[in-house]
Unconditional design. Structure first.
Ligand code: NAD
Length: 924
């Protein structure tokens, strides 16, 4: 079936539902339903069989539910209605709660019931219950509903409060007043209040004079103080005294002044020096303690097995946390145990680097760098452990570097029902490190690794096991999973297979190291990460900001990275699923768009740089050949634009030392006369490059020109040989405008591999050749043209957008993905004499990460690229097989991973080069 999800956020529940339904062969399209229009548009486009709302805060329009079955997943028992179901259930200490799947109708949560499940409540936060009991019940109910829907005979049960099993009622939206804390209350009551607001909206309170929302509370059985007093701090958390004891609070979000958004951080970080007077209450990882307390990392040991727990909030691991975990691991590795089990936390195993902590520093790029290095140091210790067998036991969700951290162990087991996100790119094209290029293909093979990292889709533990990412997945509830893991680990430690396995592991590591040292993998990955953090492309920084602020930026970032709403994010198989991992559901109305002031890619500066390089090349040529390269420009008629272009080329040629002359022919020149001139230029030893100015008068054919110019002098890449070579990925002269675009991307260190590039143009001089060049750089290319429907939907997906339609201001800010690189090729004359590009520069620069201006962007580079190819032609005609130094020409012909193909290409190249040599005399 084709199932559309309408969801406010693609959170843990909707991700789990997604993977379960995809695993069962359904097509699932996830729509972030930020408005009615978004929902209407999605239904019109997708024609779904069924609509499911796993977590929706908006009302589904009547026109949709009247025509389609829409199933609402409501986190409440039968009859419960309202937006704060689970909050009330926790606050009221209900012993049993449930999930109901009901049909959308005119009244909220009052539709006919398709399925329902109940579960026992236990002390836990709302987010914890949501990730476990609620999700399990919802998935069971959803699968039952789908089976009933497919049967076509099931009639859902109308809501009837007279029925015995309908125990719920309509409940009001819970307000901050309902949650307000009096610190003289007993701990149990305060814990319930904090937990019913976790992780959204949080309880508003005043801590040491600062207004903050409180999150993630834990029991403390020993420490005591005056109610409300902060009595200790540990691992970023604060301990606060209550009426009958104390509790730990790990995270705070400062209430933004003047409505400014803020984000959650460890409590000690938010309170800073206000906590100077508060004592640290350190607890060593292996220290036994009486009663309940809070700590992030702890260790226990039993029967030659060591268990290392690390329960980091939302699975995010800061530099400090990585370092502390590494130290703990090194400590326990010295223990005389045989097996080490890495337990992670109950809700999250790990989600990799800590984006909130990075965002909170003065220099996020630098902190990102420190954080990834600390992750790598930790992973390296796991990979190189030779004294123990190491097991990763994933009780909770894992994402990005967190998945790879697990793979560094010898055995990887997971709880059934967790969701994995083995990819990084959703976070602003982050390349990722943690030795993933070593660990992931080793487990799943090269092709699957590529698929996983490109598809950006969540996968179920079932799929992960099938593809070899996990060794096994078992038990649905966390307690049974931990018990099962204990049995496995103890069995392994006492097994006769233990020593041979350890020896096999040592040998395998030695062999791997000889084949390619770990350090090389790390260096290669970090080179790419360096570009993510410090390069011109700011996608990662914008995506991180967007993630941390949930789409709303504070004013101080406006002008740099400014917040905005509108639009929507959609996820389908193969679409960018973003960096969600269920850890920070996006807020109502979040749309995945934000704005920034783009970096201006200065074509003039790049052109000056290229000219300087070209002068050096010219000096070498003249020294060796005793003459300067010659360029023949042919212009027929009096087209004004081509006149300006000719003059510019003549000027730049003179500037760099190329001998150029213009052959100006009258508008009535015949085809024969033009052909004769071209043949003459072909044969002229002093001419190394020929450029025929377009447009030609109507009676002259461009095809004839392309067929007549000697391919050895075809410096604007218009001949069929040049085009063919480009198509095959062989060294070739390139159409100069397309090559200029590549030159800009190359000079700004724009990584193209795997990136989505949308080109608006299929012209022979721009769109088609550029598409080929980009493909050869391993980009994913979409060519749009005047018949393309819904252009904006395609351009919004582009990491790099090239506009060459010749339509003034065709591309507006709404058409651009935040942080994208926008290259404007268009040159359009306005009636008032002004020149504009195809991009509405003023609005797009507020969204894009980088943009070329018009004039001063692509234009200044086009003629320098042309002249560079003229010098290359001159070297080749002089018999020197000169390196193709133009970056745009260094296209590696799909060399990527396909060795066979590469050999075929080299063979073809030899044949083409040989035939070129044979053909050459014809043009002399
Ligand atoms: P062209 O007319 O041959 O090609 C235009 C392309 O854009 C076509 O493929 C067409 O299908 C597509 N297109 C037109 N309108 C569209 C729309 N509304 N939606 C989607 N696609 C659309 O033009 P060209 O010769 O390739 O030049 C294109 C632009 O680039 C012009 O503005 C031209 O002045 C400029 N240009 C600049 C340089 C430079 O050096 N910067 C060089 C050459 C051309």
């Amino acid at each position: 079936m084709k199932i559309v999800f309408f969801t406010t956020a693609h959170n843990s529940l909707s991700q789990r539902a997604f993977v379960e339904l995809v695993d069962r062969g359904h097509t699932v399209i996830v729509v972030i339903a930020s408005s009615e229009d978004v929902m209407l548009e999605a239904v019109e486009r997708e024609h779904p069989d069924l609509i499911v709302a796993p977590m929706l805060k908006k009302v589904i329009p009547a026109s949709i539910w009247q025509q389609h079955t829409c199933i609402i997943v409501h986190p409440g028992i039968k009859g419960d209605r309202g937006p704060s179901s689970l909050d009330w259930a926790i606050l009221n200490a209900c012993e049993e709660w449930g999930v109901t799947l009901l049909q959308a109708g005119a009244e909220m949560d009052a539709g006919d019931i398709w399925a329902s499940r109940t579960f026992s409540m236990r002390g836990g936060s709302k987010s914890h219950l949501y990730r476990h009991e609620v999700t399990e019940a919802a998935i069971q109910g959803l699968l039952e509903t789908i089976a009933k829907f497919e049967s076509k005979t099931f009639v859902p049960e109308p809501l009837d409060y007279s029925r015995k099993d309908v125990k719920g009622c309509l409940q009001a939206c819970m307000k901050q007043a309902d949650r307000a804390i009096d610190w003289a209350e007993p701990s149990a009551s305060i814990l319930r209040k904090i937990r019913c607001a976790d992780s959204f909206p949080g309880i508003l309170d005043t801590v040491l004079g600062m207004q903050c929302y409180l999150y993630d509370a834990h029991e403390e059985d020993v420490l005591r103080g005056t109610p409300g007093q902060i009595i200790a701090k540990r691992d970023g958390a604060i301990c606060r005294a209550t009426g009958d004891g104390a509790i730990w609070i790990t995270h705070l979000k400062q209430k933004g002044t003047d409505g400014q958004p803020s984000f959650k951080l460890p409590a000690t970080h938010v309170l800073g020096d206000r906590l100077d007077h508060v004592q640290e209450a350190p607890l060593a990882v292996d220290q036994w303690c009486i009663g309940r307390t809070y700590r992030e990392i702890w260790y226990e040991e039993r029967h030659a097995v060591g268990y290392l727990h690390f329960d980091f909030y939302n699975g995010a691991m800061s530099t400090d946390q990585c370092q502390r975990l590494r130290e703990a691991f090194l400590l326990i590795r010295r223990r005389p145990t045989k097996v080490i089990v890495l337990m992670g936390g109950t809700d999250f195993w790990s989600n990799g680097i800590h984006l909130n902590m990075i965002e909170a520093t003065d220099d996020p790029a630098h902190e990102s760098w420190r954080n990834i290095q600390a992750m790598n140091d930790l992973v390296r210790e796991l990979i190189t452990t030779e004294s123990h067998l190491v097991i990763s036991a994933l009780q909770g969700t894992a994402g990005a570097g967190g998945v790879i951290l697990a793979l560094a162990a010898d055995c990887v087991y997971a709880r059934k029902g967790i969701v994995l996100h083995p990819h990084y790119k959703g976070m602003g094209n982050l390349y990722g490190s943690e030795y993933w290029t070593y660990l992931l293909p080793k487990r799943v093979g090269r092709e699957k690794a590529r698929e996983l990292t490109e598809a950006l889709l969540p996968i179920s533990s079932r799929t992960a096991q099938q593809i070899g990412l996990l060794d096994d997945a078992f038990e649905e509830d966390a307690a049974s999973f931990r018990e099962h893991i204990r049995e496995l680990a103890e069995e392994l430690a006492s097994s006769h297979r233990y020593e041979p396995m350890l020896e096999e592991k040592r040998q395998a590591r030695k062999n791997d190291e000889e084949r390619k040292p770990l350090q090389v993998y790390r260096n290669e990955e970090l080179q790419r990460m360096w570009l993510n953090f410090f390069g011109a492309d700011r996608s990662y920084h914008l995506a991180r900001k967007n993630f941390v602020y949930k789409g709303l930026m504070p004013d101080r970032d406006r002008g740099d990275e400014r917040g905005r709403t509108g639009g929507h994010v959609e996820f389908t198989a193969g679409h960018d699923a973003g960096w969600h991992y269920g850890r920070q559901p996006a807020r109502d109305g979040y749309c995945g768009r934000a704005s920034m002031t783009a970096e201006i890619l200065d074509g003039r500066a790049m052109s000056a740089e290229m000219k300087a390089e070209l002068r050096g090349e010219m000096r070498r040529f003249v020294e060796k050949q005793g003459q300067a390269p010659g360029l023949g420009i042919v212009r027929v008629g009096g087209d004004a634009a081509s006149g300006v272009y000719s003059k510019t080329i003549l000027r730049v040629a003179a500037d760099v030392g190329i001998t150029a002359h213009l052959e100006q022919l009258p508008v009535n020149t015949s085809a024969d006369e033009l052909r004769a001139l071209l043949v003459q230029l072909n044969n002229d030893q002093a001419v190394h490059g020929i450029l025929v100015q377009m447009p030609l008068p109507a009676h002259l054919s461009q095809k004839m020109v392309a067929a007549t110019i000697a391919s050895s002098k075809d410096i604007d890449g218009i001949s069929s040989r040049s085009v063919g070579n480009l198509f095959l990925g062989l060294p070739s002269f390139l159409p100069s405008t397309a090559a200029a675009v590549m030159e800009i991307l190359e000079r700004t260190h724009m990584p193209l591999e795997g990136r989505r590039v949308v080109v608006i143009s299929r012209s022979n001089v721009v769109g088609k050749p550029l598409g080929m060049m980009l493909l050869q750089k391993n980009a994913t290319v979409t060519i749009c043209h005047s018949y393309t429907t819904n252009l904006a939907a395609l351009t919004r997906q582009a990491d790099v957008l090239v506009a060459a339609a010749g339509r003034p201001r065709l591309v507006t800010d709404e058409m651009v993905k935040p942080g994208a690189v926008v290259i404007d090729v268009g040159i359009n004359a306005l009636p008032d004499g002004g020149i504009v590009g195809d991009v509405d520069f003023a609005s797009v620069r507020e969204v894009a990460g980088a943009i070329t201006p018009v004039p001063g962007g692509v234009g200044p580079l086009t003629n320098v690229v042309l002249l560079k190819q003229c010098v290359q032609a001159a070297w080749q005609l002089a018999g020197e097989k000169k390196e193709w130094t133009s970056t745009a020409c260094q296209i590696s012909a799909y060399a990527g991973n396909d060795a066979d193909h590469w050999h075929r290409m080299v063979a073809t190249h030899t044949i083409v080069s040989a035939s070129w040599e044979i053909a050459k005399p014809r043009f002399k």
